[in-house]
Design a protein around this ligand. Structure first.
Ligand code: BES
Ligand code: ZN
Ligand code: ZN
Length: 500
């Protein structure tokens, strides 16, 4: 699918579908009526008899020969002008793509200016349309045998027809939206790939290929070196797997070191059976998404390579499988971590924090000015926020505020949970320094308190629990069923603010 910008004043080819936005407290944009009197008349009639009022999500359409610029013209209600927010624009885009899919439309034209109001400037509308159209047209269908007649009809062109000529700004907005979507789709692709394919080694191979393509560096720390480094957390979790573990180290923009290094860490459990403390079988197949944090880090590097932002970023992706095949860790085992601290494994299903702990401690050599980790860490976080927010915890007010702001701007909201010292008590060990679980209550926070014990001194750090946001059980306005690719847009927003 390609996104093109055209002037609404110029006559274009007849599209399959024309979509015009309509605010309930404003008249139909005159450019929509212009040249399409039958369309304008139909809308006026629908408004008069209240078949259509312009409330958010309502539609009315005219189909057939009486429409000149398209086979069908749809007017889409957007609610009140002042209430129009970027989130509304994302939802409206979702509706547009859904309409295009149902109608098997190849060419869709959107009258761009009819979507700009309230918080949404013309370039915001263009960016969101370009981004979200890609996100919602995505399908992970490589393992599906194509139908014999193969008459798949897909959206080929999304045309953004503008009235106000701000072409340069609009081009930039479309390019940014496309770049973010492409990054997000890379994350989705590696997450949706099943665990029999996407092993640690395959993830490493994918990272090396992307590094080559996009111009960042990728270094692998493989099993032998992990042993030499005494990365006890990573090695212990992977003990039950036949696939070797690795720590993938990415670096982008070393010439921008003077602006302060940012370190991104992502949980990379290619499959989480729970280990000896095995998970119930219901929904276990979804646990291939337990590497969504590492996928977001890798995909962000890919997007960084495209965007060429002036920032120095280190990526750490500890890759393991939490399985019971080989010589798995047992509850009660005490392991020595990379940092030297000892941990008693109370529950082998709390494995994410063990691998992250080693990666967080390893960051010390890069002296980061900010560190952000992303992890599908606790089921409790999904229970708390559902898919509506990322759980955010950290040790530095300023960094927390920056991430919160990036969350609001990107639409990937981050909501803070407290990190009071009292929560640390429950992960303190009896025969060891720490336990890997903190009892049944406050699980999202006690997991973060555990991680905090491995963050190098004086390193501003934010932990993002994406357990509830990294997977969609059903299609949404911004994604299809499966991996969402959450984190890429958030991190790109954070990093472009950091670069300013
Ligand atoms: N990968 C899971 C967390 C998870 C659960 C993510 C559901 C997405 C959906 C993690 O490794 C885990 O199993 N955590 C345990 C921790 C507990 C044993 C303290 C959990 O959340 O139950
Ligand atoms: Zn687990
Ligand atoms: Zn896990």
């Amino acid at each position: 699918m390609k996104v093109v910008l055209t002037s609404a004043a110029k006559k274009q080819e007849r599209a399959d579908l024309l979509v015009v936005g309509f605010f309930e407290d404003a008249p139909l944009l005159k450019e929509a009526a212009h040249g399409e009197p039958r369309f304008a008349a139909a809308i006026a009639a629908a408004l008069k008899n209240k078949r259509f009022t312009g409330k958010f999500g309502e539609t009315v359409s005219v189909y057939g020969a009486e429409i000149q610029t398209a086979q069908e013209a749809v007017v889409l209600g957007l609610g009140k002008k002042a209430n129009h927010k970027r989130l509304c624009m994302r939802k409206a885009t979702g509706t547009i793509i859904q309409m295009a899919k149902c109608r098997r439309a190849k060419q869709v034209r959107v009258l761009l200016d009819s979507f700009a109001a309230g918080e949404v400037a013309l370039n915001d509308a263009a960016e969101i349309l370009a981004e979200n159209a890609r996100l919602t047209s995505y399908a992970f269908d490589k393992y599906k045998t194509p139908a014999k007649d193969n008459d798949k009809i897909e959206l080929e062109t999304l045309e953004l027809a503008y009235v106000k000529n701000q072409l340069e700004a609009l081009k930039k907005a479309v390019a940014w939206g496309t770049l973010i979507a492409n990054g997000t789709l890379i994350a989705r692709d590696v997450i949706n790939e099943p665990a029999n394919i996407m092993t640690a080694a395959k993830m490493a191979e994918t990272a090396e290929k992307l590094a080559e393509e996009k111009g960042f560096s990728c270094k692998l720390i493989e099993e032998k070196e992990l042993e030499e480094l005494k990365m006890g957390g990573i090695l212990a979790v992977n003990q039950g797997s036949v696939h070797p573990p690795c720590l993938i180290v990415l670096e982008y923009g070393s010439r921008y070191k003077k602006n302060g290094t940012v370190c991104l860490v992502g949980k990379g459990v290619t499959f989480d059976t729970g280990g000896i403390s095995i998970k119930p079988s219901k929904d276990m197949e979804k646990m291939k998404y337990d590497m969504s944090g590492s996928a977001a880090v890798l995909a962000t590097f890919s997007a960084l390579g495209d965007a060429k932002l002036p920032v120095h970023v280190i990526g750490l992706m500890p890759m393991v499988e939490n399985n019971v095949a080989n010589n798995p860790i047992r509850p009660g085992d005490i392991i020595r971590m990379y940092s030297g601290k000892t941990v008693e494994v109370i529950n082998t299903d709390a494995e994410g924090r063990l691998i992250l702990a080693d990666a967080l401690a390893y960051s010390e050599r890069f002296h980061p000015k900010a560190m952000i980790d992303l992890a599908t860490l606790t089921g409790m976080c999904a229970y708390t926020f559902g898919d509506k927010a990322i759980g955010m915890m950290g040790n530095d007010e300023k960094l927390l505020a920056r991430v919160r702001k990036a969350g609001e701007e990107s639409g990937q909201r981050c909501w803070e949970l407290p990190m009071w010292d009292e929560y640390l008590e429950s992960v303190k060990g009896h025969h060891s320094d720490l336990n890997n679980t903190g009892g049944p209550y406050g699980g999202t926070i006690t997991a973060a308190k555990f991680l905090q014990e491995f963050v190098p001194a004086k390193t501003p750090w934010v932990h993002l629990d994406i357990a509830g946001t990294a997977w969609a059980d059903s299609p949404r306005y911004d994604c299809v069923k499966g991996a969402t690719g959450v984190g890429v847009k958030l991190l790109m927003q954070f990093l472009s603010d950091w670069a300013k």
